[in-house]
Design a protein. Structure first.
Length: 277
């Protein structure tokens, strides 16, 4: 698989509303991560998925309500840390979880997570990761056998271990994410996280008390039965990676498989749902 990415630097006016809509539309394409910039957003896509007309169907680009321009740069994954350092600012979630890069100073936050994301998804900046952190912060996970499915940087698995969950399986289909998750788990002195490269086929015969799945609507719907089969009685399922308008599809799939809806977080049209078995 190619390690070359393209960075689309979008200048958006008006910025806030335009960026939200643009990210929602780009999320339907093979763009893997998004970073806020002073003038709009930067969106990253593997070069192998790029085509000359990839943006042709974006409605916002032809809307008279927004002025959007962009430039494209080519980035080798080995240069991702430099790109990350240029764009990333440390963040706090609910005042008790601090997510930072290695070059940021340590804080006295209860949960201080150090992430060097390379090109994997899940930095805490993206709304879905932020909401999943919120779910984990208010969920009792101590001693729970946990799965972080589509782990990206393993940020959620790391927080789960910091809160006492163990043992933890972290799975991602992308080799770069797999390697990055191993590095980040070690960087945060985690001893109970095992990282695997693969997909839901790895879950046959497994059982968990807590399943975290921050992926996308289609994969979640395709693999939902597998997640439910792996969930112990009274087990918790945390889902994200989809939009408000996707809730009926996700909820229907969960309810028909016997899960009970508990709670929702919503952030800039992205959603995170909590269910119990």
């Amino acid at each position: 698989m190619s390690n070359i990415y393209l960075g689309f630097h979008f200048v958006v006016e008006p910025k806030e509303l335009g960026s939200e809509i643009l990210v929602a539309e780009l999320g339907e394409l093979p763009f893997e991560s998004f970073i806020d910039s002073d003038l709009g957003i930067v969106a990253y896509i593997p070069k192998q998925f790029w085509t000359e007309n990839i943006l042709d169907d974006l409605h916002i680009l032809s809307s008279p309500e927004f002025q959007i321009s962009y430039t494209i740069e080519e980035i080798d994954q080995v240069n991702w840390n430099e790109e990350w350092e240029k764009n990333f600012e440390a963040i706090e979630v609910d005042g008790i979880c601090h997510v930072r890069a290695p070059f940021h100073p340590k804080t006295d936050a209860k949960f201080d997570i150090v992430i060097e994301p390379k090109m994997s998804f899940g930095t805490g900046h993206h709304e879905t990761t932020h909401m999943m952190i919120q779910h984990l912060l208010e969920t009792e996970v101590s001693g729970k056998k946990t799965l972080d499915m589509g782990c990206g940087t393993a940020i959620l698995a790391i927080l789960a271990e910091m809160k006492g969950a163990q043992p933890i399986d972290a799975i991602d289909i992308d080799n770069w994410c797999y390697l990055n998750s191993i590095e980040n788990a070690a960087r945060n002195n985690c001893n109970h996280i095992t990282v695997y490269e693969g997909d839901a086929d790895l879950l046959k015969g497994k059982k968990y008390d807590l399943i975290i799945a921050n992926i996308n609507r289609n994969i979640l719907l395709n693999d939902m039965q597998t997640y439910v089969d792996c969930l112990n009685k009274d087990g918790i399922l945390l889902l994200s990676g989809f939009y408000t308008e996707d809730i009926p599809f996700i909820d229907s799939s969960c309810i028909e498989k016997g899960l009970t809806y508990v709670k929702k977080f919503e952030r800039n049209n992205w959603v995170s749902l909590k269910y119990i078995n």
